[in-house]
Design a protein around this ligand. Structure first.
Ligand SMILES: *[C@@H]1O[C@H](CO)[C@@H](O)[C@H](O)[C@H]1NC(C)=O
Ligand SMILES: *[C@@H]1O[C@H](CO)[C@@H](O)[C@H](O)[C@H]1NC(C)=O
Ligand SMILES: *[C@@H]1O[C@H](CO)[C@@H](O)[C@H](O)[C@H]1NC(C)=O
Ligand SMILES: *[C@@H]1O[C@H](CO)[C@@H](O)[C@H](O)[C@H]1NC(C)=O
Length: 374
């Protein structure tokens, strides 16, 4: 009678002990996770795994102490005005950053300095006017960049440099007038380039983009929903950007109509090389000697008519001269060889100078002295 009782009690005790231990373990572990969660999850945000969600919390700044391991950070629908310099730089594991629907007006250099794992960046629906050159340059794995619905009025040709993985770029509903040549050079895998609802100026400067489109994309899908249109000049308003041709904008790449000639000049003379070019926009002309740009100065002058004049030629002025005519549509260069005919002319000209006279005196004196010693 007692044995079963005793056995029962023992069994119950063991069971209770195990249960208690289990419970304790459970409590401890939940306490642990609770404390770690409260320590690491920023105020007003919810955190699970490495995803932090601070959606629609009336935040006026990016929270402090976002855990380093964060991979997804949602900060959209808040009142954030600024991306403070150090607020994101420790998030090297971040792959998605959503800052859409905020009040950001400037994006300054360093904002995304170390986010080298970032794949998606949402900055749309803000008040962005200025984006400093190079802000995105470290985001070498970035695939999607959302900049739509802002006030961006100027694109920089280096803006997307290094973004070799960029796949989708959203720039619609901004105030962009010009697309600088070369801006998409790094991003060879673009499949979406949404540019509509920008007040583009359709002049010679935009033809490069039209040509790029025809060469590299040639189907309208790349623009997403709508093909971008011209707003300026008035007579072009409403015309599809990709339908403008050289005839519409009266453009012409540079054409050199007067080429510099090969010349032989003597030391001390004047060297004059002329170069005339036509084009629309009017080409600018620069001069180079042996492939180094010439800096006009006292002796070297480039006149309004683009003529290069070097006064009092020196022996080192000899070499290959190049006139380069360039405008937004292209460049053309022409070369001329300049020989400086130095020695003979130099000798006869300076025979009457003072210095050779002294040299002769000295030589003469030396001879006399030498003879004396002997
Ligand atoms: C992030 O970049 C800054 C320089 O922009 C550097 O000083 C800092 O050490 C980097 N932080 C990390 C965690 O890599
Ligand atoms: C890119 O990263 C380097 C090294 O981490 C850093 O020094 C530099 O400031 C970053 N550049 C930008 C534009 O953020
Ligand atoms: C100038 O000289 C170079 C070689 O020195 C020659 O190839 C070129 O045809 C010459 N140009 C003219 C206009 O005579
Ligand atoms: C260009 O202007 C300079 C200075 O006015 C003049 O000396 C030169 O002869 C001109 N050259 C040509 C090709 O018209």
């Amino acid at each position: 009678m007692t044995r079963p009782m005793h056995q029962d009690a023992a069994a119950t005790a063991v069971l209770r002990m195990t249960m208690e231990l289990l419970l304790l373990l459970l409590m401890f572990s939940s306490l642990l996770s609770f404390t770690s969660a409260t320590a690491e999850c920023p105020d007003k945000c919810t955190c699970e795994e490495n995803k932090i969600n601070c959606l629609n919390q009336k935040l006026d700044r990016i929270p402090d102490h976002i855990p380093t391991a964060t991979r997804v950070l949602i900060l959209s629908h808040n009142q954030i005005r600024d991306i403070e310099p150090k607020s994101l730089t420790h998030l090297t594991e971040l792959t998605v950053l959503d800052l859409s629907y905020n009040k950001i007006s400037d994006v300054k250099i360093g904002a995304f300095a170390n986010l080298s794992n970032l794949r998606k960046l949402y900055l749309d629906l803000n008040k962005i006017e200025n984006i400093e050159t190079g802000v995105f340059n470290n985001l070498t794995l970035l695939e999607d960049l959302y900049l739509a619905h802002n006030r961006i009025h100027k694109l920089d040709s280096e803006m997307f440099k290094g973004l070799t993985k960029l796949n989708r770029l959203f720039l619609y509903k901004n105030m962009i007038r010009k697309i600088p040549p070369g801006i998409f050079d790094s991003s060879t895998s673009l499949t979406t380039l949404a540019l509509d609802e920008n007040p583009f100026t359709c002049d010679c400067d935009i033809l490069w983009f039209v040509n790029l489109f025809k060469k590299s994309y040639s189907n309208h899908n790349v623009f997403g929903y709508e093909v971008p249109t011209c707003h300026f000049p008035v007579e072009m308003s409403g015309k599809l950007l990709i339908e403008i041709t050289e005839n519409d904008v009266h453009c012409a790449s540079p054409d050199v109509i007067e080429v510099p000639e090969n010349k032989t000049v003597s030391v001390g003379e004047q060297l004059q090389l002329s170069c005339k070019a036509v084009g629309d926009p009017e080409p600018s002309i620069t001069w180079a000697k042996d492939d180094i740009d010439l800096e006009p100065g006292q002796r070297v002058q480039v006149f309004q008519n683009n003529t290069l004049i070097i006064s009092k030629v020196e022996r080192t002025d000899g070499g290959q001269y190049k006139c380069v005519a360039s405008n937004s549509l292209g460049r053309k260069s022409f070369e001329a060889m300049v020989n400086v005919n130095g020695l003979a002319e130099n000798g006869s000209n300076t025979m009457f100078g003072v210095i050779p006279f002294f040299i002769i005196i000295i030589i003469f004196a030396n001879c006399v002295l030498y003879n004396d010693i002997l």
